[in-house]
Design a binder for this molecule. Structure first.
Ligand code: NDP
Length: 413
């Protein structure tokens, strides 16, 4: 019998939904590069249900309990007295999501002598100290591609929202106004702009493909260059580094993983190389940019706008300056957890667990760390090291005692 500890985000503020706004999900046959979608032997959920919050349990409970395993699900993940720390001590498997990450620091890995497998229900395993996982013989796996297109759609939405000044304009009508000049004074067309992505992996390439019809000039930088015919097809200009690319771009989107090479890549020096009035969209990881440098750049006008859904740590403390900085289009970490994406990552986690319990190899593309070293997708896209430093600050979100003032519309069944 194994013990599986699963950390998921909290249920909706008004309770787990008893109905949804749509009846089904479109059927996707394969990912754009031909990779197959998750292939578990079975699933015990209906695609389109909320699976990523604690009551959704990723649809795993009956599968695991029928095999005689112990399955613990919690959202209490931060601070030394949290349920995750208590349950971790005899856990064999930990499942966590980047949206509400259970930071698996070296200290926590040391407290979990039985731990053999850390599964990311999503993409991006920087919440795990990969150095400690390698040293401790813990396999790290994620559901590669499950939400890459979800994020690419979100990036396009955020680029258009910032450049066209959508969110402030929406606020004017919500407030009863008709202030066209206020809305238009910061609104531009994307057409003709230079748009660059830091990384052209699954998300970055999908963003480039989706931005092409807007008649923009496309740029990218990546450790591995794309095939020449693809560069020609999309009209791409490749740059050897982000520092080379950003001075020519009106819009920069960040789509690389967080690892020691990319941590704080967008610091004061990098941002000062950007065009005055450029827009920065980051749905990759909060720590790839310097928090305070972004705030200063928005205040000074170096950046005309910043949007994204990734913060550090997560959940972001109530006083995190990105909540209130000017010209921001921030959301909580949601781009990769649409109901569409959840169906894929829940099935992918099930596939990984089936492989693990049946002694079959986990797909190479799902592996980040295996046998004490970077493996599979991890060997391609990550560098060794740890980026979890400072994650204990996530506990501050819980310590805030002021009530939330957000008004949430009741979910319609
Ligand atoms: P991929 O592995 O397909 O792409 C990552 C790309 O980043 C690869 O092309 C890799 O290059 C490149 N890269 C790595 N290091 C560098 C570097 N130092 N400079 C330039 N490029 C670099 O992953 P995805 O596109 O699917 O996802 C990317 C990241 O997006 C994830 O790691 C995660 O952090 C984030 N993400 C966010 C989500 C959200 O909900 N907001 C959801 C999903 C992902 P190469 O392989 O050529 O070396």
């Amino acid at each position: 019998m194994a013990k599986i500890v699963c950390v998921l985000y909290e249920d909706p503020a008004q309770g787990y939904p008893d109905g949804y706004s749509r009846d089904d999900l479109p059927k996707i046959d394969a990912y754009p590069d031909g990779q197959t979608l998750p292939t578990p032997a079975g699933i015990d959920f209906r695609p389109g249900e909320l699976l990523g919050s604690v009551s959704g349990e990723l649809g795993l409970r009956s599968y695991l309990e029928d095999l005689g395993h112990r399955f613990v699900v919690t959202s209490d993940k931060d601070g030394s007295d949290c349920e995750f720390e208590r349950e971790l001590v005899d856990a064999d498997v930990v499942i966590s999501q980047p949206f509400w990450p259970a930071y698996l620091t070296a200290e926590r890995v040391a407290k979990a002598p039985n731990l053999k497998l850390a599964i990311t229900a999503g993409v991006g395993s920087d919440h795990v100290d990969l150095e400690a996982a390698m040293a401790g013989g813990v396999t790290v796996a994620e559901v590669t591609y499950c939400n890459s297109i979800s994020v690419a759609e979100h990036v396009v939405m955020m680029i258009l929202s910032l450049v066209r000044n959508y969110l402030p304009s929406h606020e004017w009508v919500r407030g009863g106004g008709w202030n066209i000049a206020d809305c238009a004074a910061r609104s531009y067309d994307v057409e003709g702009m230079h748009v660059g992505t830091v990384a052209a992996g699954r998300i970055g390439l999908a963003v480039l493909r989706r931005m092409k019809p807007f008649d923009v000039h496309l740029h990218y930088t990546d450790r591995h260059r794309l095939p020449a015919d693809l560069e020609r097809e999309l009209g791409l200009t490749w740059h050897a580094s982000a520092a080379d690319m950003v001075p020519v771009c009106d819009v920069v989107t960040i789509n690389c993983p967080l690892h020691p090479e990319t941590e704080h890549l967008f610091d004061e020096a990098m941002i000062s190389r950007m065009k005055r009035g450029a827009y920065l969209v980051n749905t990759a990881r909060g720590k790839i940019v310097d928090r305070d440098a972004v705030v200063r750049a928005l205040e000074s006008g170096r950046l005309a706008g910043y949007a994204g859904d990734v913060w550090f740590p997560q959940p972001a403390p109530r006083d995190h300056p990105w909540r209130t900085m000017p010209h921001n289009g921030m959301t909580p970490h949601i781009s990769g957890t649409s109901l569409s994406a959840q169906a894929r990552y829940a099935a992918g986690v099930r596939e990984i667990l089936e492989c693990y319990f049946e002694g079959r190899p986990i797909r190479d593309e799902y592996l980040i760390v295996d046998n004490g070293r970077l493996a599979g997708s991890g060997a391609h896209s990550y560098s060794e090291g740890d980026t979890t430093g400072g994650s204990e600050d996530a506990a501050r979100y819980r310590k805030a005692d002021e009530p939330l003032t957000v008004v949430v519309e009741a979910p319609r069944g």
